[in-house]
Design a binder for this molecule. Structure first.
Ligand code: ATP
Length: 314
């Protein structure tokens, strides 16, 4: 089978078993240049196993793994390793080195030119602590140093295992800002995360792993549609206007009065615009209108609780 030159990573019918445990089963998944995918799944779903296969730390039991068009456990892959930036789930650094010395150490391992790494440290907000020993760093600071380490050498593929673990809300936002910048530069990004709320609108595609199987892969809107999740239009208006809107749109079961003066209309995403057009007829009578799409968390629950299969819902 030929691998598309735009594909940075390509899994074809990959399975991995550890003794009797089927950690991954028949996974077909790929990642295009400049795009991002979030790997989500319960504990033991197979996320770390998939990452280990990408890094060439283990071999598949069957199927084919290609990263930069090479088999990651082969000798031919060695010169390509420096094109991957990897953030492990737990960053264990030498406590006696400073943040800057740590980056210098990892840069040497990657065969990069020596530098002061001021920009890298500044990017993760560690410039002020650059010359302090890592042993004095907080958990969040060590995590940010881990991100800076992963970004060394402008990698073409970033593999980030729980990148925002232990970070405060501002630092989390900064990590996603950095991920966006890396994508702009052309890097591909694979994130493994349990924090679904922060992935909404921040990643191109989601891959849902369930007991070693890829139950879904696609953009969030496509996954929503596949599980037939409803959009919700919530509007505030005087009682009389609400009654008229209820008559004008949909069936009574689609409309719920949340509280006085607030109406919620549940609809299929593809009917949203048509319903909005009907509502807008009452223009001046409406005080406020909001549209809520089901969160990734709800989409994930729907996939986990249903038998909807079919990866590559793209
Ligand atoms: P978590 O979210 O808890 O990190 P995960 O999705 O990363 O979980 P994996 O670590 O990939 O899951 O594990 C998938 C399955 O494979 C689990 O049942 C795990 O116990 C099993 N497993 C992983 N590594 C080994 C190993 N070296 N030997 C035996 N079983 C293993």
């Amino acid at each position: 089978m030929k691998m598309d030159s735009q594909m940075v990573m390509d899994f074809a019918q990959v399975s991995k078993t550890y003794g009797k445990v089927k950690a991954l089963e028949d996974i077909t998944l790929n990642l295009a240049k400049g795009s991002s995918v979030a790997l989500v799944g319960h504990n033991g779903a197979g996320k770390s196993t998939l990452i280990k296969l990408i890094l060439g730390l283990i071999k598949p039991s069957s199927g084919r793994v290609r990263v930069f068009r090479q088999e990651p456990t082969s000798g031919a892959f060695n010169p390509l390793r420096c094109k991957i930036g990897y953030l492990p789930e737990q960053c264990l650094f030498q406590k006696s080195l400073t943040g800057r010395e740590t980056l210098i150490f990892y840069a040497q391992l990657k065969g990069l030119k020596a530098g002061k790494f001021n920009d890298s440290l500044e990017r993760v907000d560690l410039a002020a602590a650059a010359d302090r020993k890592v042993g004095t760093y907080s958990k969040g600071m060590r995590q940010r140093l881990g991100v800076a380490q992963a970004l060394l050498g402008a990698p073409e593929l970033l593999v980030l295992d729980e990148p925002t673990s232990g970070l405060d809300p501002i630092a989390r936002q900064n990590i996603y800002k950095i991920i966006g910048e890396e994508k702009e530069r052309g890097a591909s990004v694979l994130i493994s995360s349990h924090v679904l709320t922060e992935l909404d609108d921040r990643i191109d595609q989601v891959a849902i792993l369930n007991k070693g199987k890829l139950t879904a892969m696609g953009t969030i809107p496509i996954l929503r549609r596949k599980v037939k999740m409803k959009s919700e239009i919530i509007l505030s208006a005087p009682k009389l206007v609400i009654e008229q809107i209820e008559k004008s749109v949909g069936t009574p079961r689609d409309c719920t009065r949340k509280r006085d003066g607030v109406l919620s209309i549940s609809c299929d995403p593809e009917n949203k615009i048509a319903i909005l057009e009907k509502i807008m007829v009452f223009g001046a009578g409406i005080e406020n209108i909001e549209i809520q799409e089901p969160s990734l968390e709800l989409v994930y629950n729907a996939y986990s609780n249903s038998n909807i299969g079919g990866a590559q819902d793209v």
